[in-house]
Design a protein around this ligand. Structure first.
Ligand code: IPE
Ligand code: IPE
Ligand code: MG
Length: 255
């Protein structure tokens, strides 16, 4: 019912017939790219772009809530981003620490449930403690499920899953012949999270950069010519409208 109400509201936002049902995505995932270019275009240091990017995160969360999207996944830091210069990694982890300490209470008040995926143990102990606290303190919320991918890499996630399944097989508790997509998905860090229906990437780059490779199998992809710090409600609404125009076939023949 909630999904249907969301679809009706999306149609209203698009200015179409009131009450018209349009397909609304249950899960939107965003590759938030272009902070560095945004800063460079203004003669600012890259960290200013990352700070402005944090404001865009707020707008994206508010837009998801307004459009009744149930799941929002944000790619905030990739496994490969550790390869950036130490100063930039410090700036990014510093911003993450600040965000966790100062924004979680507001997110909790908005009814947001937070979850984190990625190699979280690579962060400093105090950040790991904040991540656990944020998950714990928002665990009962249901308005929006917000998943933040941190030190996340899809290949590492798939390998980690294979390793965990192999250990269960080795212990004699699983017959390899019974491993299917459902068994594999249930062993992943994203178990219980619906696959993304729509993946957006800002900055104009047209690649996934190791994001949700397993889960993206049938996601609609959209590459927006906007730098992440400029992202706002209008981009989110336009992406939902474009999503509603797409025909998803999942390999079957169109009806
Ligand atoms: C996205 O912006 C933020 C992260 C990847 C952490 P970038 O920092 O990648 O910005 P560009 O791509 O260099 O413009
Ligand atoms: C992808 O952006 C990762 C995040 C947005 C967190 P990158 O800027 O790291 O990706 P590449 O290096 O351009 O592929
Ligand atoms: Mg980038």
């Amino acid at each position: 019912m909630a999904a249907m109400a969301g679809a009706v509201r999306t149609a209203a936002v698009r200015g179409e017939q009131p009450g018209e049902i349009v397909p609304a995505p249950v899960h939107v995932a965003i590759i938030m790219d272009g902070n560095g270019r945004w800063a460079a275009a203004r003669g600012l240091p890259r960290v200013a772009g990352h700070r402005a990017g944090a404001q865009a995160v707020r707008r994206a969360i508010e837009a998801a809530i307004r459009h009744d999207v149930q799941w929002l996944t944000l790619y905030a830091f990739s496994s490969e981003n550790w390869r950036r210069p130490a100063g930039e990694v410090r700036d990014l982890t510093g911003l993450l620490r600040h965000y966790l300490r100062h924004e979680v209470a507001e997110l909790a008040a908005q009814g947001v449930r937070l979850r984190f995926i990625g190699e979280l143990t690579r962060f400093d102990a105090d950040i790991q403690a904040e991540l656990l606290r944020a998950e714990r303190e928002t665990a009962a919320n249901t308005r929006l499920n917000l998943v933040i991918a941190l030190s996340y890499g899809a290949r590492a996630e798939i390998i980690d899953t294979a390793r965990r399944i192999a250990a269960v097989v080795q212990a004699g508790r699983l017959d390899p012949a019974t491993i299917d997509e459902a068994v594999f998905a249930a062993a992943m860090a994203t178990a219980g999270i619906p696959d993304p229906d729509l993946i957006l990437r800002t900055s104009g780059e047209q690649r996934l950069s190791n994001f949700l490779l397993w889960q993206a199998a049938y996601a609609e992809l959209m590459f927006l010519d906007v730098l992440w710090p400029e992202f706002g409600e209008s981009h989110f609404a336009a992406a939902l409208a474009e999503f509603a125009r797409r025909e998803r076939r999942f390999g079957a023949r169109p009806g």
